[in-house]
Design a protein around this ligand. Structure first.
Ligand code: GLU
Length: 478
């Protein structure tokens, strides 16, 4: 059975550049009836951020990436917080000591710094093992524990990066347990992956250069190597560097709060650096699970493109509306309406949503785009006078057009979009004006908004009374 894991460190929010390390293990596990473990790597107490674990859990849940073992759900390898697994690491460490593969490091940090400085001066790489003490003391609290490396060559296969080979020079006596008693990432993840039965280790490519040391550890423990899968970086929009918090990489939850749908986020990120060889762009989670395969992950970095994410979001908004109906989309819009919408019932808000959904990039667009449906706009004649189509018309022409429109619309008894479309077209013929002029004038008069849905739909939703009241108000103020 395939067992994958997502092993974040609770050092802050999950940003857009690192959540893919959760998506791919999820897809791989679920595509083969395997399981995904969530493990919280919280041994670096200096970088620990209060509340970060909850944020990670919320992000995964929102994206629909539930874990089969881990915090909250538990599992046979509990605990899933590394900070609670101290005894396990110490027990594994003792096994290495007994076999002569780990030793206590008595060198004061200042001395190590001095060695490093000397190496720098001579332009040679610093390796602790070149200064390894001949008779190390017994390991005790307060002393770091190091791996005793056997210098040799390593070859391995990375499922994304291909065949790799390194010489003995890259190996060093890495620290396994720090002097505070906590394990290093290097040691803890090897122990945990083995103890938890992880078969496929998927993580960022930044760990590739340390892999020979991990191979040395697998060997020292007599463990079978798991499959190693390095995920290339997601690149910042500009330049050639990894997308990070410093480049303004937003958190996943920020996008959620802006009205990005989880389906769109999952779809976009899964397809960032992976494809199934077809032209398909829109995938449901189930389709992703079904289509995903490690061998189609690109080995080069993929560039993050927010515009594309919004494109996916627009596609998903439309898809939910057309496939699941207005009620399903409406349910997602809670909290995204302008405040004034509260005075209106759901029925009316759903009507507004039905005519505007296909223009939304995020659900929060509802705030600015729909306000005029819920409150009379402030009349600003400048908007009419300066409009590129309307500025050619004289004041009396505008007055006249409004008068004819009001008359014609007043006479409609069955106020609905089809009837409105006919009447508006008749008005075009009658006045001899271009749509940009006549419809532009009506649109501005009822909305004073930079954008509105098709005119007949907008008027239909606004209703006869409100439409005429707004047109009259403008006519009066000219
Ligand atoms: N805790 C490591 C990180 O957040 C995880 C690396 C791994 O997946 O092994 O980068």
């Amino acid at each position: 059975m395939i067992v994958t894991r997502f092993a974040p460190s609770p050092t802050g929010y999950i940003h857009i550049g690192n959540v893919r390390s959760a998506i791919y293990p999820y897809l791989l596990a679920h595509g083969s009836h395997g399981k995904m473990i969530l493990r919280i790597e919280d041994t670096d107490r200096a970088r620990y951020v209060e509340g970060a674990t909850e944020l990670i859990e919320d992000t995964l849940k929102w994206l629909g990436l539930d874990w089969d073992e881990g915090p909250i759900v538990g599992g046979p390898s509990a605990p899933y917080f590394q900070s609670e697994r101290q005894a396990i690491y110490h027990e594994w460490a003792r096994r290495l000591i007994v076999e002569g593969r780990a030793y206590a490091d008595p060198t004061p940090p200042e001395q190590i710094e001095e060695y490093r400085r000397q190496c720098n001066e001579q332009h040679i790489p610093f390796r602790y093992r070149d200064y390894r003490p001949e008779n190390p003391p017994e390991w005790q609290p307060g002393l770091p524990l190091r791996l005793l490396t056997i210098p040799k060559e390593y070859s391995w296969h990375d499922e994304v990066m291909g065949d790799m080979h390194t010489g003995p020079e890259v190996l060093d006596d890495i620290i396994l347990i720090k002097k505070d008693g906590f394990p290093t990432y290097n040691f803890a993840h090897i122990v945990d992956d083995a103890a938890m039965g992880v078969t496929h280790v998927m993580r960022g490519v930044e760990y590739l250069s340390s892999t020979p040391n991990y191979l040395a550890l697998y060997e020292a423990f007599g463990l079978e190597r798991p499959k190693l899968i390095s995920l290339p970086h997601i690149l910042a929009p500009q330049g050639n560097k990894k997308l990070g918090k410093r480049d303004g990489a937003k958190s996943v939850t920020e996008y959620r709060d802006d009205g990005v749908l989880p389906e769109a986020m999952l779809n976009y990120l899964a397809c960032l650096g992976w494809n199934d060889g077809t032209e398909q762009e829109i995938y449901t989670k189930d389709e992703l699970i079904h289509s995903f395969s490690v061998d189609r992950i690109q080995s080069s970095g993929a560039r993050y493109d927010e515009t594309k994410l919004y494109w996916y979001n627009g596609q998903w908004i439309r898809r939910i509306f057309t496939e699941q109906g207005v009620d399903a989309l409406y349910e997602r819009t809670t909290g995204f309406w302008p405040e004034v919408a509260e005075n209106y019932d759901e029925e009316y808000r759903k009507k507004v949503l039905s005519i505007i959904y296909d223009r939304l990039k995020t659900l929060s667009d509802l705030r600015s785009m729909t306000e005029f449906f819920f409150m009379d706009p402030t009349i600003n004649l400048d908007v009419i006078v300066k409009n590129k189509f309307l500025k050619k018309l004289s004041e009396s022409e505008i007055e006249n057009l409004l008068k004819i429109t009001i008359q014609k619309l007043s006479s409609i008894e069955d106020w609905n979009s089809t009837r409105l479309q006919d009447v508006l077209n008749d008005l075009l013929t009658e006045t001899g004006k271009k749509p940009a002029e006549l419809f532009g004038l009506i649109r501005i008069s009822v909305s004073f908004a930079p954008f509105s849905p098709a005119l007949h739909l907008t008027l239909d939703v606004l209703g006869k009374e409100r439409t005429l009241a707004r047109l009259n108000a403008v006519a009066r103020s000219i």
